[in-house]
Design a protein around this ligand. Sequence first.
Ligand code: GSH
Length: 211
Amino acid sequence: MADDLILYTNPMSRGRIARWMLEETGQPYKTEILDYASTMKAPAYLSINPMGKVPALRHGDVVVTETAAICAYLADAFPQAALAPPPGDRLRGPYYRWLFFAAGPVEASISNKALGFVVPQERERMIGYGRIEHVMRALEGAVSRRNYLVGDTFTAADVYVGSAIGYGLMFGTIEKRPAFEQYWQRISARPAAIRAKGLDEGLMPRQQAAS
Ligand SMILES: N[C@@H](CCC(=O)N[C@@H](CS)C(=O)NCC(=O)O)C(=O)O
């Protein structure tokens, strides 16, 4: 069908975040599982995402890559799910702010930390995130404000930022501060989050057996 949704993913990847977002929308979608070593680097998939990375989303003839973009796109494509402040609403400001903050400074600082890369103090001004301690301070403030990041309702920003926090806590790249743990407990208990996790966990043995 022209408007079919297809998620290209691997159960051990950021594709889990995109699946959670899809589950939040309540829309039917198909899943195409790609293998890291083979199908993800094959011409058929490179024509969808030239980066050879997952996730990617196809919606009819539109392709979206980058997990944060997929979350934002789905929220706008299915406004009936109320997962974003409507275009023109001033809450669109903090909504974009935290989505981009997580895709930029949070992701870069956590990745660098995981690799043991420390920004020399005299170069902090030229690095977008500056210092990871400052990123964490801003993030802690954002999740401590209310139950959700933007206004009083759950949005796609919570899916994306929350996942960064959840995986960070799990992999030890984010400090176990009470504000992070409480926020993550709250949003990961959502039915769509639990459903998405179950679906990917269910694909793990098949994935491992195949590799
Ligand atoms: N910036 C991308 C990162 C995607 C990414 O790095 N995905 C990893 C899995 S979590 C991947 O596909 N790695 C395969 C590879 O690089 O070969 C996003 O946010 O979606």
